[in-house]
Write a protein that binds this ligand. Structure first.
Ligand code: C2E
Ligand code: MG
Ligand code: MG
Ligand code: MG
Length: 278
């Protein structure tokens, strides 16, 4: 019986693998045409000053409406785009579009004059020899200073210890571009990056934030991450803030900036302008 159960499990496993492979093949095919068909768009999620509540920056988040598959979430298609290398041209488009949008907001609304833009970048992009030039081009084409842009990377990006990645980051940061470590606290060795990689911002992962009020441990962890980050001179952002209680606690812990559904969902550009700049 055990043997049979084992075999059944194996079948189930094979089936899941096959489904996953099929899914990624399907996505891969659709993704290849998606850029040319202009099926991508960006939404922007506000990141607000904890104390004052003012809009400080926005994070660009990609959306894909596929003509054949309908809406597909980034958690599903970004890994597939990374696998195929398509993330490089796709990421370049995100960078250009986010910079174009920021410049447009700044031009159209005085209230947006100090706004900054945060963009997620994948390891493949950062490891690309042309990345520094791509960033410079996106900035200068839109008349933006490097300080207007922040790049968000995750530990997954840094784990490779790729010298090109570290060099690109160092060069860009010397020019004034900001660098944020995203999903902080979920990786294996978060602390080692703090000494190795030049950073401006720490974004605390939402898994801590979600249990802030129910778990003493998460509360203590959040408190100490914020204190540590502050003492290193980093800007602290809490992501995934969903309740007023979480916002209050994080603010009392000294977290500089808040992001999450409690403050605002990611918004299309017109809606964001309507709510914050008019
Ligand atoms: P991320 O960079 O950590 O972005 C935060 C994610 O949390 C976003 O999901 C956002 O919509 C969601 N979120 C924001 N506030 C809340 C909240 O209060 N509660 C909950 N439950 N979720 C919240 P989204 O847009 O689905 O993006 C998922 C991930 O996909 C991103 O995580 C990022 O890693 C990746 N991604 C998105 N856009 C891009 C992009 O343009 N380039 C790259 N390379 N990756 C991207
Ligand atoms: Mg992010
Ligand atoms: Mg994050
Ligand atoms: Mg994430």
């Amino acid at each position: 019986a055990a043997k049979r159960a084992g075999r059944n499990q194996l079948c189930l496993f094979d089936k899941r693998l096959a489904e996953a492979a099929h899914d990624s093949l399907l996505l891969d095919g659709a993704l290849r045409q998606a850029l040319a068909r202009q099926e991508f768009s960006l939404v922007y999620q506000p990141i607000l000053l904890a104390e004052a509540g003012a809009l400080c920056k926005v994070e660009a988040l990609i959306r894909w409406h596929s003509s054949s598959l309908g809406w597909v979430t980034p958690d599903r298609f970004i890994p597939v785009a990374e696998e195929s290398g398509l993330i490089v041209p796709l990421g370049r488009w995100v960078l250009q579009e986010a910079c174009r949008q920021l410049a447009q907001w700044r031009q159209d609304y005085p209230a947006a004059s100090g706004l900054r833009m945060s963009v997620n970048v994948a390891a493949w992009q950062l490891a690309d020899a042309d990345f520094v030039a791509d960033v410079q081009a996106a900035l200068s084409a839109n008349g933006l200073l490097p300080e207007a842009l922040e790049l968000e990377l995750t530990e997954r990006t840094l784990i490779a210890e790729d010298p090109t990645i570290e060099r690109n980051l160092t060069v860009l940061r010397q020019q004034g571009v900001k660098v944020a470590l995203d999903d902080f606290g979920t990786g294996f060795s978060s602390l080692s990056y703090l000494s190795r990689i030049p950073l401006d911002t720490l974004k605390m992962d939402r898994s801590f934030i979600a249990e802030l009020e129910t778990s003493r441990r998460c509360r203590d962890l959040a408190l100490h991450i914020i204190a540590m980050g502050r003492s290193l001179g980093l800007q602290l952002v809490a992501e995934g803030v969903e309740t007023a209680g979480q916002a209050e606690t994080l603010t009392s812990f000294g977290c500089h900036l808040l992001q999450g559904y409690h403050l605002s969902r990611p918004l299309p550009p017109a809606e964001l302008a309507e709510r914050y700049f008019r």
